[in-house]
Write a protein that binds this ligand. Structure first.
Ligand SMILES: Cc1cc2nc3c(=O)[nH]c(=O)nc-3n(C[C@H](O)[C@H](O)[C@H](O)COP(=O)(O)OP(=O)(O)OC[C@H]3O[C@@H](n4cnc5c(N)ncnc54)[C@H](O)[C@@H]3O)c2cc1C
Length: 466
């Protein structure tokens, strides 16, 4: 039976075995798994659309022991431990242990990856990619998971925002929600799964928990990234992990449109307002953007030519990161002059920097040690083919790293490291898997792998287990 209810006015007193809060990748996976294990499931989503932050995403998913990346879990574990400093080893282990099975499960659910690619911090091509279509990879995964959820007896309630969790002496028993300005209460007969994403769109939480400069980061995350789940669990005594490191600049975005702009991975260079480069543009975008945050006015201006633009048009990035405001000119001189008017770029310094970059290519003498386009892949080319282009980017964030403390069974832990009975969690609302770092594809990966785990464990949960 496929039931879809939208603000039907019947929510009072309704309940389910498992209530999943949040309809992004973590919540969708949790709901599907719990349902397939026989639990009656309600999925609450505060927005009109399902998919959360995965909807606009490229959709890279880091997994091992798959047909595209058959390399063993020990190797991915090693890479993750390197890329995710201070991460909880138990969470890293459960991730690699469940990785191959999660890939198979995604295929069963209709997610059809086309290949896998090797990005920064990866010693094998862990990042699985969807086919290159006009619809982005993340949206393709959303389509498959929403179809899978809708073909199961899961009640999906949109525009219903969870506001409070209620617990008795034994466990979390109810979820209070708000819909159309009215409050209602749902009973959770077995467990609640929190999958509400991060808090990158909550300026107040960023002010209190974010590190220096983080208020200047432009969020491009899911509209519901308000930190609701974090606060609801904290109100029950939940512990947290890596909140300050969690709100991190994660990628350059066009300051006009908020569209992510990583043409640097196809050969663009990044200039600050003074016309100088400030990083090796092949580094992980998190590292690049962190450096961008300390540049004048946080500007990180992408400069590229016709060849780079053509290379970019052949990537998955171009399908999802379309619509940035580009400035174009027939000569580099005209381009930098235009940029002086647009954002105050120093044109002479900029020209000198571009010429120096071009001259150093192939010599191994790049001022920032750039040897590749991205990670250890691709060879940079001189920026010489007219027309020339620029995007005026600033630091943005596509994800969130820190959040609720949880154990390897996805149980939320309180401040004394004891499970909050009946409360599970997965995805960006949690902290510990990333530590203070990041590897591409590990956010959707975490949401899918741990969402699956949370759904399985929530379905199996009973009052006696605590
Ligand atoms: C442009 C972009 C590109 C990205 N590219 C990649 C990539 O290639 N690979 C990768 O690994 N990661 C990528 N990410 C990050 C990735 O998409 C997110 O980390 C992932 O979506 C997190 O999943 P989640 O389910 O934990 O949270 P979300 O996707 O944020 O979903 C949470 C859901 O919960 C809902 N919600 C919030 N509060 C409530 C409430 N109170 N009641 C009910 N519902 C609520 C939200 O509306 C949302 O739908 C990208 C993100 C963006 C924005």
């Amino acid at each position: 039976m496929n039931v879809e209810v939208q603000n039907d006015g019947q929510a009072d007193g309704q309940g389910a075995d498992v209530i999943v809060i949040g309809g992004g990748p973590a919540g969708l996976m949790a709901a599907i798994e719990a349902s397939d294990l026989g639990a009656e499931v309600v999925l609450l989503e505060s927005e009109n659309q399902l998919g959360g932050g995965m909807l606009p995403a490229t959709g890279h998913v880091t997994l091992c022991e798959t047909k595209f990346a058959p390399e063993p879990r020990a190797l991915l574990l090693q890479d993750l431990a390197h890329a995710h400093p201070d991460a909880d080893p138990a969470l890293l282990q459960v991730y690699v242990d469940r990785s191959g099975r999660s890939f198979a499960r995604l295929e069963e659910l209709g997610v059809r990856f086309a290949k896998s690619v090797q990005l920064a911090h990866m010693s094998a091509p862990w990042a699985h990619e969807m086919p290159l279509q006009n619809r982005g990879g993340g949206a393709q995964i959303v389509d498959a998971l929403v179809a899978a959820a809708q073909s199961r007896p899961i009640r999906i309630l949109r525009r219903v925002r969870a506001r409070r969790l209620v617990r008795d002496q034994q466990r979390v028993t109810h979820v209070e929600v708000e819909t159309e300005g009215r409050c209602r209460r749902f009973e959770a007969r077995r467990a609640v799964v929190l999958a509400t994403g991060g808090f990158s769109r909550n300026p107040d939480l960023i002010k209190h928990f974010g590190g220096p400069g983080t208020q200047r980061i432009m969020p491009v995350t899911a509209p519901g990234s308000r930190g609701d789940g974090l606060l609801m669990a904290m109100a029950l005594g939940a512990g947290t992990r890596f909140l300050t490191a969690g709100i991190a600049a994660s990628g350059p975005v066009d300051r006009h449109t908020g569209v992510t702009s990583i043409i640097n991975y196809c050969g663009a260079i990044l200039l600050n307002k003074a016309g100088r480069r400030f990083c090796d543009e092949s580094e992980p975008y998190t590292d690049i953007t962190l450096k961008g945050l300390s540049q004048p006015e946080s500007l990180m201006i992408q400069i590229f030519d016709a060849k780079v633009k053509d290379n970019f048009s052949k990537t998955m990035w171009s399908k999802v990161y379309a619509g940035a405001r580009e400035f174009t000119a027939d000569t580099l001189e005209d381009l930098v002059t235009r940029l002086r008017h647009e954002c105050g770029l120093d044109p002479e310094k900029a020209l000198g920097t571009i010429h120096a970059y071009n001259a150093a290519i192939g010599s191994g003498q790049d001022a920032f040690g750039r040897r590749c386009l991205v990670g250890s892949v691709g060879a940079p080319q001189p920026i010489t083919a007219a027309p020339f282009h620029a995007i005026i980017a600033v630091p943005g964030t596509t994800h969130f790293n820190g959040g609720l403390a949880l154990d390897a069974q996805m149980r939320v832990l309180d401040v004394f490291n004891e499970p909050v009975p009946g409360l599970f969690s997965a995805g960006e609302v949690t902290g510990g898997f990333h530590g203070t770092g990041y590897m591409s594809g590990s956010h959707i990966g975490m949401a899918l792998v741990f969402g699956r785990e949370a759904g399985i464990n929530a379905a199996a949960h009973s009052v006696r287990q605590g």
